[in-house]
Design a protein around this ligand. Sequence first.
Ligand code: SF4
Length: 329
Amino acid sequence: MSDTTTLVHEVLLAEPRGFCAGVDRAIEIVERALTKFGAPIYVRHEIVHNTYVVNDLKAKGAIFIEDLAEVPPGATLVFSAHGVSRAVRDEAAARGFQIFDATCPLVTKVHVEVAKLAREGFEFIMIGHKGHPEVEGTMGQLSQGIYLVEEVADVRHVRPRGDKLAVVTQTTLSVDDAAGILAEVKAQFPHVREPKQQDICYATQNRQDAVKVLAPQVDVVVVVGSPTSSNSNRLRELAERLGTDAYMVDAADDLQPGWFDGKPRVGLTAGASAPDILVQQVIARLRALGAVSVRRMHGVEETIHFPLPMGLGDKSMQQVAAERSAPRP
Ligand code: SF4
């Protein structure tokens, strides 16, 4: 079927969608480090989970590594937005690299809470996905006494040694799944201490809330995001659970016209690590498939901005204001 066949009629854009404050900050840290110190800049793990962003920074001189042994002495190293364990932080410091920490401040908040409560004798249940770098970083704040729970059934296998137990979560989980697991944790351990403010971050919550409004109004939901992006995967799953066909695309070329056969209303959103340029390219492709109307949903306006680390300066207030007021589709 050719792109000239009219399949799509209208596109509804979720609001908010795309970059969050933590991703914005992490990318800017790498770009500023490249400008200030020159290439190469080493980055431990993908700075954020998006193929386009990583390739763009590679082209500018960033080198992404997993093992600190790949970083030469005296190099500049950036920790990714997902955060690192204490062992990684200590090894990087011992090797004498110049370090800039792009860990999202909302992940750092969880690390600080874990360290504080551990000093008070607490053990932890962490709700999250095994192998995700954020989970490895948070669990790696302690050498013992933190138990990973991925689903409700896992809660039965947790055997804390003492009475003091607290719960923390990965920041990018499904809000609904996490609530179900937390309910089981509270049923099994009625005295468990919950975070004062939930760990699932504002950006994850807002993007999931927007999909809950979007999905019932359209025939198909398209999520722009890379396969490694936790919050993008959760958006696709959520739309599907709400009974709407849902697909995730890393780039506009991934769109398949057959998805829209007899389904003219398309909802479009993007994970927190997906840049707006990819959304614009997907919109252009949907127009080529016949879309005559592209509308934005009403949604929460996000105004959060995180400052840059010392040594890389911060944007001027005028620059931040100018970026916020830049037109979006
Ligand atoms: Fe921070 Fe949330 Fe964005 Fe992750 S998704 S970088 S926790 S704001």
